[in-house]
Ligand binder design. Sequence first.
Ligand code: HEC
Ligand code: HEC
Length: 222
Amino acid sequence: MISRNNKEKLIGSTRPYKRYCYVIASIIALLTLVNMSAFKSESRLAKFVNPRFSKQDSTISKKAFLQVYRVLMSPRCMNCHPSGDIPLQGDDSHLHFQGVKRGPDGTGLYALKCSNCHQSHNLPGLHMPPGNPKWHLPPANMKMVFQGRTPHQLALQLLDKKRNGGRSVKALIDHITSDTLVLSGWTPAEGVSKPPLTHKAFVNAFNEWINHGAVSPDPEKK
Ligand code: HEC
Ligand code: HEC
């Protein structure tokens, strides 16, 4: 039996190269792990991109997502999916007035709650707040940012349960089909535009994207 001390001595003195082998092996293992996690979001997609989807499907899927993207990036959606902690307003998506902020749960910081001004229904008149009983932003720990995302990035994000509020693909489709905040985009406050597609066309494009493989558009060339 070689005691631990003796073993260390052996490795340390008579066979120093062995120690390097361990170090190199560990580095390789670490790099492999890092690499694998980098491709994780892609591989999640792989379960959709299976052999029953053809190259033609992939083209249809990407094209459908670009239609979906036009709606997601429209002010009626993006104003509640900002990259910062302040909601956006109007067709030019300027920062919300009065220093309104997200707060931890998305309903506003401290006493400045969304529901102070946003009622259960739209108030009549220009520059009046649109309404919905649950009007608020996504929470601080799950911001679901649309603003600034490219089609490639946003498609991957929507399918990533760690970033979409833990939604399955089915839950995602249910959400965009019937959630009242999503629907609110098509009954906007006075004087602002509706999203560029009808709600029906949006839902159809979303389903087409999923049913043809949920392929994300190619990364944009820098
Ligand atoms: C009043 C603010 C508000 C508006 C307007 C709004 N959303 Fe959202 N959206 C939210 C909140 C809050 C959540 C998170 C809800 C949850 O997880 O329960 C969310 C979640 C989502 C999600 C699921 C999570 C994700 O990012 O993958 C999608 C998709 C979505 N919204 C799409 C839309 C679309 C499309 C529109 C416009 C037609 C829209 N939203 C308009 C507040 C809003
Ligand atoms: C002090 C009152 C007040 C508070 C508090 C408030 N809002 Fe508003 N909000 C308004 C008014 C008024 C408008 C309409 C402004 C306009 O059209 O010029 C508006 C517009 C918006 C819009 C733009 C809607 C669109 O279709 O472009 C969003 C998004 C929004 N608010 C989100 C929020 C969120 C989220 C909160 C809470 C975190 C909040 N607001 C808190 C008064 C308020």
